[in-house]
Design a binder for this molecule. Structure first.
Ligand SMILES: Cc1cc2nc3c(=O)[nH]c(=O)nc-3n(C[C@H](O)[C@H](O)[C@H](O)COP(=O)(O)OP(=O)(O)OC[C@H]3O[C@@H](n4cnc5c(N)ncnc54)[C@H](O)[C@@H]3O)c2cc1C
Length: 391
């Protein structure tokens, strides 16, 4: 894999920075209007609003190096907020398994970011063992709609979502992976109740969602009834690769290095402290290794391959690194990291440090817990077999 940037790549980088700088948010601007205009301007650049979409659906058809450049440049800037559930998660499912009518109906709004989506997979009793899910969808006698009953849990941003993509059980026959059906339906309707869960870090991002006799037209079913597990599995690999956050970690680590340089220790700074220095160096080495794994994965994607088990390596290592950066940031801030809920004392980088650190504990749980990723790596990368119960 050649990692030297060609002249064309350097020109592309200039084009990207010119676009990002030219469309940056200006203080005092109407944020909501700027956000939607930003995506419009990015679309006019030729699919820059949906960098990972295939060219056939309006994506830019970039090379892996162009994706890498985009990731690097966007990580250092304030982009408009964007939930991963629409463009990054349900859209690839609709493109791959949805019919032409569903593609025409859902993709334009997803792309314009005018509709917020949430992901209804996990349930009480069905997280790592997702196929054990019980939310029931019964087909009406006339075959026109499903009636959905059950509960989802940990549903991120359900409280602002307009639509949900939801795994439901349409049959209990056979293996538990069979009889799962993938449905799309609006959140703002009778029978859908959202309740907040406040997490360890004190924030409200996740919820429980309860369904009581929710009617879902059959036109909103993706693919075949009972085949939802296959569709959902494809999505998980995309989700895991996205959660690795390599570019974000590179930026966060650089920021931490700068901040640590300003924290006094004896005659020097925290960067002269051997223990801190060694933790920082270990993080930099691990992150560099992950960056190369990501580049390999991008090269595979450019050759047309779907994300494979390497997405589990990316998720496992990427989220561990993010947690270690959060921990080291609180270490650098010392007691100034403690104030809660917007209160601030000491250097500005310390503000909310403990809350961020506690929030970061979830990184190795969502998108598939670390233990589960290790199982996948053991089986599909290392070729290890599970020990038989007898041995
Ligand atoms: C902040 C946050 C946001 C989330 N957002 C969403 C969302 O938007 N939509 C959604 O559907 N879900 C979401 N989730 C749910 C997430 O996917 C699940 O929490 C995750 O899959 C783990 O499931 P669980 O919580 O039921 O834990 P469990 O599966 O009960 O696991 C408990 C513990 O047992 C371990 N364990 C389980 N099975 C094994 C095994 N086979 N071998 C070894 N150890 C094992 C786990 O690693 C974990 O440590 C979110 C979770 C969090 C924390």
């Amino acid at each position: 894999m050649d990692i030297e940037l060609s002249k064309a790549d350097l020109e592309f980088r200039e084009e990207v920075t010119a676009f990002l700088d030219g469309n940056a948010y200006k203080p005092g601007e109407d944020y909501a209007a700027w956000r939607l205009n930003w995506f419009k301007a990015a679309a006019e650049k030729g699919g820059w609003d949906v960098p990972k979409w295939p060219a056939a659906f309006g994506g830019p058809g970039w090379t892996p190096t162009q994706h890498y450049i985009w990731e690097q440049e966007t990580a250092t800037r304030n982009l408009p907020w964007d939930l991963p559930f629409g463009v990054g998660m349900v859209a690839p499912i609709i493109m791959t398994y949805g019919n032409a009518e569903q593609q025409a109906r859902f993709l334009p709004d997803i792309r314009a970011r005018t509709v917020n989506w949430c992901q209804g997979y996990s349930e009480p009793g069905a997280g790592s063992d997702l196929a054990a899910l019980k939310t029931k969808a019964e087909l009406s006698e006339d075959g026109t709609h499903y009636v959905v009953n059950g509960s989802k849990i940990w549903t991120t941003m359900a409280h602002i979502a307009d639509w949900i993509f939801c795994l439901t059980r349409t049959s209990s026959e056979g293996k538990k992976q069979e009889g799962i059906t993938f449905l799309l339906f609006p959140m703002k309707q009778d029978g859908v109740e959202v309740k907040p869960i406040i997490t360890l870090g004190g924030s409200h991002t996740v919820n429980t969602v309860h369904f009581t006799d929710v009617k879902v037209p059959v036109e909103n079913r993706i693919g075949e009834e009972g085949k939802g597990w296959t569709y959902a599995k494809g999505l998980l690999a995309h989700e895991r690769t996205g959660l690795a956050g390599v570019s974000r970690s590179l930026v966060a680590l650089e920021k931490l290095r700068r901040q640590a340089g300003k924290v006094k220790r004896g005659n020097g700074s925290l960067l002269d402290d051997p223990s801190f220095k060694s933790k920082l160096a270990r993080l930099e080495i691990d992150l560099k290794a992950l960056e190369y794994t990501e580049l390999r994965s991008l090269a595979r994607a450019a050759a047309g391959a779907q994300p494979g088990p390497e997405s589990s390596i990316m998720k496992l290592k990427g989220t561990e690194i993010q947690q270690r950066i959060a921990l080291l940031t609180t270490e650098a801030a010392g007691p100034f990291a403690a104030p809660w809920g917007g209160a601030s004392v000491g250097p500005s980088f310390a503000s909310g440090g403990t809350q961020s650190y506690l929030g970061s504990r979830a990184y190795t749980i969502y998108g598939g817990a670390s233990e589960v990723q290790k199982d996948i790596i053991a089986k599909n990368v290392l070729g290890l077999k599970a020990k038989s119960k007898a041995s």
